[in-house]
Design a protein around this ligand. Structure first.
Ligand SMILES: Cc1cc2nc3c(=O)[nH]c(=O)nc-3n(C[C@H](O)[C@H](O)[C@H](O)COP(=O)(O)O)c2cc1C
Length: 330
């Protein structure tokens, strides 16, 4: 092989390795990281790893596939920052539904400043569950975040104040149904609590010490954590529903890509994001959330947006699996 081709093949291999590392930072339900990559020559194959999906809360793998979509978007951001055009084939093999995407790194392309910025944002993004700041969120910022979701064929519906009460009531109902189920409790205990030294799940350091007494929709993790939070709420949090046209695996994958695009944009604009999935996990409350969309489409995830507290360090980062556990080199 001519030297130039060898150098390009090596650059592609390096870009694919960077992409899977970037993907490991993606958000996932309960930090399950339910993805597995296979690196082969100039392409990456993305699989759903069912051993890290939630049999009780997410039996149809909707939220696991959404999480894989976020990892896919993170990988594409990294390839763009490495100056690689990528061709993506989503759900390439009907006979193998866990094969979610194939990403082929093709020609070199000029690197845009925005691609570098998005890559840097991947390292900064995290779930900040603290109460939001008192200042209201600029409508223009919400418009930019919605446009980022829209770029991935998924939409964002911002709830009106009255609808937030309906959402809070659906959230309470979902959490009651889930917490009365012993299998759900066992699953939650498996994925949350303690120090999470194996690299998955949600450590106690980022779970609130006491359940919130506010009327805002939130998330119960089934046990108290160690994070001290003020029990204030400023009514400035914005709640929105990520939604789209269908309820197929492809729709949930695209929803994950949209979650990543919207979250990176929000982080760049100084906003925190907390996904709230309890209402989506329970069929009856997913239907209640669908009604809040008044026929616009299928709900994928509820998101809370707020202004971040720029003066204090956010909660510690949650752990990640070593890359060797999620990437197979062929
Ligand atoms: C599909 C999905 C559902 C999630 N649901 C919740 C939730 O209900 N409550 C919550 O506090 N965080 C939720 N999260 C955030 C994850 O817990 C978080 O992404 C994961 O623990 C990794 O932490 P990081 O985002 O700080 O990297 C969800 C994330 C995803 C992708």
């Amino acid at each position: 092989m001519p030297t130039v081709q060898i150098a390009d093949a090596q650059a592609v291999t390096r870009a694919l390795a960077h992409a899977t590392t970037a993907a490991s930072h993606a958000p996932s339900i309960h930090n399950t990281q339910p993805w597995r990559w296979r690196a082969r020559g100039d392409h990456l194959e993305l699989f759903l790893d069912e051993s890290r999906s939630l049999a009780v809360s997410d039996p149809d793998h909707r939220l696991a596939i959404l999480s894989c979509g976020a990892a896919l978007h993170h990988a594409l951001v990294s390839l763009a920052a490495d100056g690689r055009h990528a061709t993506v084939t989503r759900l390439p093999d009907k006979a193998e539904p866990t094969h979610l995407a194939t990403v082929c790194a093709d020609a070199g392309i000029p690197v845009e400043a925005s691609a570098i910025r998005h890559l840097q944002t991947i390292a900064l993004r995290h779930t900040d569950r603290r109460p939001v700041q008192s200042a209201a969120i600029d409508a223009q910022k919400l418009g930019s975040i919605a446009a980022a979701a829209e770029s991935q064929n998924t939409s964002l519906h911002v709830l009106r104040p009255r609808q937030i009460f309906d959402l809070a009531s659906a959230t309470d109902r979902a959490q009651k149904i889930e917490s009365e189920d012993e299998a759900w409790q066992a699953e939650m205990n498996y994925w949350t609590g303690d120090d999470r030294t194996l690299g998955t799940g949600i450590p106690d350091t980022i779970v609130a010490r006491e359940a919130s007494q506010t009327t805002e929709p939130g998330r119960e993790f089934g046990h108290p954590g160690k994070m001290a939070i003020a029990d204030t709420h400023h009514r400035t949090a914005v709640f929105a529903i990520l939604y789209g046209p269908g309820d197929d695996d492809l729709d949930w994958l695209r929803a994950g890509e949209a979650l990543s695009a919207a979250w990176l944009k929000a982080t760049e604009l100084g906003l925190s994001v907390v996904p709230l999935s309890a209402t989506i996990e329970v069929t009856a409350t997913r239907e209640a959330v669908r009604q809040l969309l008044s026929g616009l489409g299928h709900p994928y995830l509820v998101l809370r947006f707020g202004l971040t507290d720029a003066d204090t360090a956010g909660p510690p980062a949650s752990p990640r699996l070593p890359v060797e556990r999620t990437v197979l080199q062929l």
